[in-house]
Ligand binder design. Structure first.
Ligand SMILES: Cc1cc2nc3c(=O)[nH]c(=O)nc-3n(C[C@H](O)[C@H](O)[C@H](O)COP(=O)(O)OP(=O)(O)OC[C@H]3O[C@@H](n4cnc5c(N)ncnc54)[C@H](O)[C@@H]3O)c2cc1C
Length: 447
């Protein structure tokens, strides 16, 4: 480790701690950047960008490395770890949070809840706020409150020449538009997000043996079509490993799940969820929740794992789409995909947001994501083939767009946005980073 200035530490190949410094949450990605820079503050980020540009290097921001699979060769790129920038300041009256770009959702949910507010977090407290919000962000309140990207009201960022810029609707409307789902044309050092008032919450998970997958997922689909927008739910196939970290009663078993969170008091939520619970799940964890309970509900891994994700945004989910999914991933098949999820997103996220956003309304009511684990007995080619088979089976129902946060295995921005949006994002990038110093997981090509 070297301290190159009062506001930046660097770790280079061969330095003690090099492997820890370059490691990504996606442990299947062996990223080897030119070096790792750990700025202490926003001025440090600007310093890193200027030094990299002067040395002919590129720069990429990374908090967790959830999205590491979409980055290419990093040999000539400085990996900026902004973990030190994790201040969270909440303005209760304005219902806004100023969040350092190194914060993860676990840093935000509790202080927001103490202020009586809900943050637009996703399915794990470990996700970085910046990478998630800049690329969409489908969370537990997505049907009622929309995408996390649409909660971005202002930001501080560093441009490709190391200039620090304040972005808001008055000063930099086009840049704000780009940040709302289009990724980072610069390196963001702080985001300002709109929070929502926290009322009563109710939710949980219903576990059914996977042999009931067809009955349960079809019943969930029928129920979801009429479910009020204050309920966000997920239909899921979950195959758990026979490992000590899995609770004994779940170890080595496969389930069809329905997970749901309702922004409602217990009586209203129980009434709305009754048709699902009438299916008599083997395990039913539904009950009142505190906002701080919600990030753990989906049971995502808290520690780095080697994985590959597949994704699709579904333009519709007819019964035939579920049948197609079950034909390749149901109880009669055992694909090497521990988790296959259908997230119900219809509602605020599928309508145009109040303020303009690069990622506007999602083009479909359900988002599918599937995860395969690498490094185990099943080889990466077999995992990739299973993901391809699944997305292929759903292809007739797939929208010509994706949710960028779920497109973790896809480098670049092609396929995430339509041609007009890509051209507009490219024009923003040309202004902010004409020399292409800033790299990104879903990089927009310079025009
Ligand atoms: C266990 C798990 C659960 C998940 N659950 C959800 C979910 O519920 N909903 C959902 O929508 N997505 C979910 N995701 C996907 C996740 O939102 C994306 O991988 C997201 O990109 C992660 O952001 P990060 O900052 O943690 O990742 P990182 O890999 O650190 O960052 C991803 C990319 O974001 C950009 N970036 C990061 N920080 C900055 C910055 N400061 N300035 C500019 N650009 C920046 C960079 O291009 C970087 O390559 C999940 C992923 C995992 C692994």
């Amino acid at each position: 480790m070297t301290v190159v200035s009062p506001v930046v530490r660097t770790v280079r190949p061969g330095d003690p701690g090099w492997d820890e410094a370059r490691a990504a949450f996606n442990a299947g990605v062996d990223q080897r950047p030119h070096h790792v820079a750990e700025p202490a503050d926003a001025a440090g980020v600007a310093e890193v960008v200027r030094a990299a540009a002067a040395a002919g290097l590129r720069v990429v921001a990374q908090r967790t490395g959830h999205g590491a699979a979409a980055l290419g060769d990093l040999r000539d790129t400085v990996l900026v770890r902004n973990s030190a920038l994790r201040d969270v300041r909440i303005d209760v009256a304005a219902r806004r949070a100023r969040i350092g770009a190194g914060a993860r959702w676990g840093d935000v949910v509790a202080p927001a809840a103490s202020a009586g507010l809900l943050a637009p977090h996703g399915s794990s407290a470990g996700i970085g706020v910046a990478g998630y919000a800049l690329h969409g962000g489908v969370g537990w309140y997505v049907r009622a409150h929309g995408l996390a990207a649409h909660a971005i009201v202002a930001a501080e960022l560093v441009t490709g020449d190391g200039t620090r810029v304040r972005v808001d609707a008055g000063r930099e409307p086009e840049l704000l538009w780009a940040l709302r789902g289009g990724g980072g044309p610069g390196i963001v050092t702080e985001l300002e997000l709109e929070l929502r008032p926290a009322g009563p919450l109710y939710g949980g998970v219903a576990f059914f043996p996977i042999e009931r997958a067809a009955e349960v997922l079809h019943a969930w689909r029928d129920w979801a079509a009429l479910a009020p927008e204050h309920i966000t739910s997920i239909g899921r196939l979950l195959r758990l490993p026979d490992r000590p970290h899995v609770p004994a009663h779940l170890r080595g078993r496969a389930f069809a799940l329905v997970e749901a969170v309702a922004l409602a008091p217990p009586d209203a939520a129980e009434w709305a969820l009754a048709p699902l619970r009438a299916l008599k799940p083997e395990i039913d964890t539904f009950g009142p929740l505190a906002p701080t309970d919600v990030p753990a509900l989906h049971m995502d891994p808290a520690h780095p794992v080697p994985f590959r994700r597949g994704d699709a945004l579904l333009a519709r989910l007819p019964a035939a789409a579920l049948d197609a999914l079950l034909a390749v991933a149901g109880p009669d098949r055992a694909p090497p995909l521990p988790s296959i999820e259908l997230r119900h997103v219809a509602g605020a996220a599928t309508r145009s947001p109040d303020a303009p956003a690069a990622l506007a309304a999602l083009a479909g009511p359900f988002a599918m994501t599937a995860t395969g684990m690498l490094g185990g007995p099943v080889g990466p080619d077999e995992v990739a083939a299973a993901l391809d088979e699944l997305t292929g089976a759903l292809a007739p129902f797939t929208a010509p767009a994706r949710v960028p946060t779920f497109a973790e295995a896809r480098p670049g921005a092609a396929g995430l946005f339509d041609a007009a949006t890509l051209a507009r994002l490219a024009a923003v990038r040309r202004r902010v980073d004409p020399d292409g110093v800033i790299a990104a997981s879903h990089e927009v090509p310079l025009p």
